[in-house]
Each structure stands twice: as structure tokens, then as C-alpha cells.
Design a protein around this ligand. Structure first.
Ligand code: GLY
Ligand code: MN
Ligand code: MN
Length: 432
């Protein structure tokens, strides 16, 4: 992503915050996996969104005012020995050269510089509860005023940054849409490979391997723990064990997407392990597909965020009623949420740098209106467990179909459109 994109974002957020303020975001703390081994480092999304800088132990400070405002970065100093072990660092000088930083300082100097800066400002924009250690530091710096009132021009106030910044992140720029489409492309190929390669007696993790391979080839990684669930495992919403044998006659559900350059994809497909849907599987699959297509058609500027969900609920309830899996009057079944026995999650979520991306879903308790540039998933499903009152042919069927949809006036753009989901097209791809 070009430097100017990050700069534009910094300027936009600085225009949105009060005068006499500072905005502070710490980098993500490194995370321990076990004993002295860490997970591969992943920068905090908000921090990266405004900097493009991916090193740990860094603090971003923005100061609005004075023409373009100021971009200050505290980061790790160059260190030959540490770089020999852990990899290259930019150091303050490198950060100034490569990231359009106005002033960069060693992170070890933060206690001398930042508290003094804080005391010259009234409002501190900051997101609590992400880095406890830094929360405590900031609180102590802000509260220092009570001991030394003369040094203070202002009584500082910490204001939550989340709402403003996350509303900005909710609207994707052209560059971001391109980044998301790139993440989608890789995931689509991986799904296609899995659809083509599946066969009975394979293990779920062998299908997962298709995703690891395809993602890694493009320097992408899983955006979330992938779900590869055959038969009854497809009915476990957050199934991630992926270690069972796939059985002839079962469906397999794969929910997997990658993160490429900090943008995520999130796609689900469900297909028959042996290449042919049974009649009962098709009955269920077609309801979910109809619900998904119809929900997608509601992803329009001016509709409520919940309109696609209401649409999916209507079609799924009617479909289950037609099959005799629900009984009663449709309006009552919807009102009593009887469908939740089989469709127990919501139909979508924002997606962007985070899979479950930031941005409010409601404004003043009302579902917010969809606007151009928002991207939501549309992912209805039906999950039928192994329960006695269910006809045998419908037991252990879990189906979800998930795509990513960009709001674009009245014509929703399905970013993952190219991946098959029509059952006949899936069977054709499987060579059946
Ligand atoms: N893969 C997570 C989700 O679909 O929400
Ligand atoms: Mn999703
Ligand atoms: Mn998903």
C-alpha cells in the first residue's frame, strides 16, 4: 500500500479529533505461544492502519494542528546483536526516511518525552484494554497532574478513540477493496483445490493443507482458524479440530480465508465428500443457497444492516417448514425464533483488516444504514444434528455458504463471486 494512503488516513483522523489533543496507539504486544516461543508477530490493526509500520515495541502519536499536524513514532533502536537474532529494525532514522514520520525517538526514551507532551494537551485519544501495561503508564502520566498542578496547562481527559477510528475503517477505500480482492483470490483458489481433491477416507486436515499451501505460496496466512468439518462436525459452528476422517455420503463444510498484507478474506463452501449431493442434502443446500442469494440482494445502500439477516431468516424458516422440519405458521415461527434450532447465528459481519471487523452495527439502538464502501459477509446456514425427532436422511447435515459483499448503491458486489456455489457447478468441478 502506498505511503500516501497511510498519510491520508492520519490526516483524516486528525481532522476528526478535537484541537488541543493527542492521539496515542501502542503497537500490539508480542504474544507467547508456549514457554519461550512466541507467535509470529502481527501488528495491531489500528496501529498499522495509520502507519504501515509492523514492528513491535512502538508507539504512534499524532498531534493535530499546525498545518498537517505531526506524526511522532517511538520505536526500537537499531541494535546489531538483536538484529542478528530477531531480524532487521528500522530504528528512528529509518522510520523517518521510510514512513513519513515527522519525529522519531527510541522507545526507551518514551518516559522522558511523552508525559511532557501529554501535559500540554487537553484530550488524549486512546483505546483502553489492549495493552494493560501501557494503559497503566498512560493513566499514571495523566494523573501525574494532581501532584504537580503548576506544570499543567490542562486537566487531561482520556477519550476513547475506538468509535472515530473504527468508523473510518468501516468505509473501505479503493485501495483497500483491491487489497481485499487479492486476499479473496488466493482463498478462492484454495477452496477450488479442496473441492477438486476431496474424496472419502481423506482426513479433514488433508483438506486444510490445501489452504496452508496456497496461502503460504503468496505470503498470506490464515485470517482465522479454518473450519474443515465433515458430516456432524459441520454442525459445530467453531469446529477447528479438523482431525476426523471424511465419510462417503457426508457433506464437508470448509470455512477458510487468508490475511494478505493485513486484509482478510472469509469464505465458506459446503460440498459432498463423494462428489454427489444426496436428495436430502440438496433439499437443505438449496434452501441455504436461496437464502444466501436473496440476502445478498438486500446488501444495498440505504437498507439496514439487519435486512439481509431478516431475509435469510424468512427463506430458511419457509424452507424448513416446507420440508416438515418445522411445523406451524411462518409468522409465529419467525416471531418465536423457532428457526434458531437450525440457524443459530447471524447472517453477517463487517470484514476488513480484521475478519470480524470494527465498526458499529447500530446507531442509537437502531440498525445502521448500509452505505457505499462497507463490506459485510453474507453467511446463512442450516445445521441439523443427530437428533431422534429428525428424519434420518436429514441428520448430520451442516451447510453454510459465505461470501463477502461490498455495498455499491443498489448493486451488491460479491467479492468472492468467482467461487462456485451452484450445486450442479460444484458437482461438475468435482468431476462427477
Ligand atoms: N470464519 C469466521 C466467520 O465466518 O465469522
Ligand atoms: Mn464470517
Ligand atoms: Mn467464515
Amino acid at each position: 500500500m502506498h505511503e500516501s494512503e497511510f498519510k491520508n488516513r492520519r490526516q483524516q483522523i486528525m481532522r476528526m479529533i478535537e484541537d488541543h489533543s493527542l492521539l496515542i496507539i501502542p503497537s500490539a504486544p508480542p504474544k507467547n505461544r508456549s514457554r519461550d516461543i512466541e507467535y509470529r508477530y502481527r501488528q495491531d490493526s489500528d496501529f498499522f492502519y495509520l502507519t504501515g509500520f509492523d514492528e513491535p515495541n512502538s508507539i504512534l502519536v499524532l498531534i493535530p494542528g499546525r498545518s498537517e499536524g505531526e506524526f511522532i513514532l517511538f520505536c526500537q533502536e537499531r541494535d546489531r546483536l538483536r538484529e542478528q537474532w530477531d531480524g532487521k529494525r528500522y530504528g528512528p532514522e529509518g522510520a523517518m526516511n521510510d514512513f513519513q514520520v515527522d519525529d522519531a525517538y527510541p522507545i526507551d526514551d518514551i518516559d522522558e518525552i511523552l508525559p511532557a507532551l501529554i501535559q500540554t494537551k487537553k484530550y488524549i485519544y486512546y483505546s483502553m484494554h489492549r495493552d494493560r501495561e501501557f494503559d497503566n503508564k498512560l493513566n499514571s502520566w495523566v494523573n501525574e497532574k494532581s501532584d504537580k498542578p503548576k506544570r499543567n496547562q490542562y486537566q487531561q481527559e482520556i477519550i476513547s478513540l475506538d468509535h472515530l477510528l473504527h468508523d473510518m475503517r468501516l468505509f473501505k477505500s479503493k485501495t483497500e477493496i483491491t487489497a481485499m480482492k487479492n486476499a479473496v483470490k488466493i482463498a478462492v483458489v484454495a477452496h477450488e483445490n479442496a473441492i477438486k481433491k476431496v474424496h472419502p477416507k481423506m482426513f479433514e486436515y488433508e483438506l486444510e493443507a490445501e489452504f496452508i499451501y496456497e496461502f503460504t505460496r503468496y505470503n498470506a496466512e490464515h485470517a482465522y482458524n479454518p473450519i474443515v468439518g465433515g458430516g456432524e462436525n459441520a454442525c459445530i459452528l467453531h469446529y477447528v479440530s479438523n482431525n476426523a476422517e471424511l465419510k462417503d455420503g457426508d457433506l464437508v463444510l470448509i470455512d477458510a480465508g487468508c490475511e494478505l498484507k493485513y486484509y482478510a478474506s472469509d469464505i465458506t463452501r459446503t460440498f459432498p465428500v463423494n462428489g454427489r449431493f444426496s436428495r436430502a442434502q440438496l433439499d437443505i443446500y438449496n434452501i441455504v443457497l436461496e437464502a444466501q442469494l436473496s440476502a445478498i440482494s438486500k446488501v444495498k445502500k440505504g437498507n439496514h444492516f439487519n435486512d439481509p439477516h431478516n431475509e435469510a431468516v424468512k427463506i430458511i424458516t419457509q424452507g424448513l417448514l416446507n420440508l416438515g422440519l418445522l411445523q406451524g405458521k411462518i409468522s409465529r415461527l419467525i416471531e418465536n425464533e423457532a428457526y434458531r434450532r437450525f440457524f443459530m447465528h447471524r447472517t453477517g459481519h463487517w470484514i476488513g483488516m480484521d475478519v470480524h471487523d470494527v465498526g458499529d452495527y447500530k446507531v442509537d439502538e437502531e440498525w445502521r444504514l448500509l452505505e457505499n464502501g462497507m463490506v459485510t459477509t453474507i453467511e446463512p446456514g442450516i445445521y441439523i444434528g443427530n437428533e431422534k425427532d429428525i428424519p434420518k436422511r436429514y441428520r448430520n447435515i451442516g451447510v453454510r455458504i459465505e461470501d463477502m459483499v461490498l455495498v455499491k448503491d443498489s448493486t451488491p458486489e460479491v467479492l468472492s463471486q468467482s467461487l462456485v456455489k451452484d450445486p450442479a457447478a460444484i458437482e461438475l468441478m468435482m468431476g462427477s
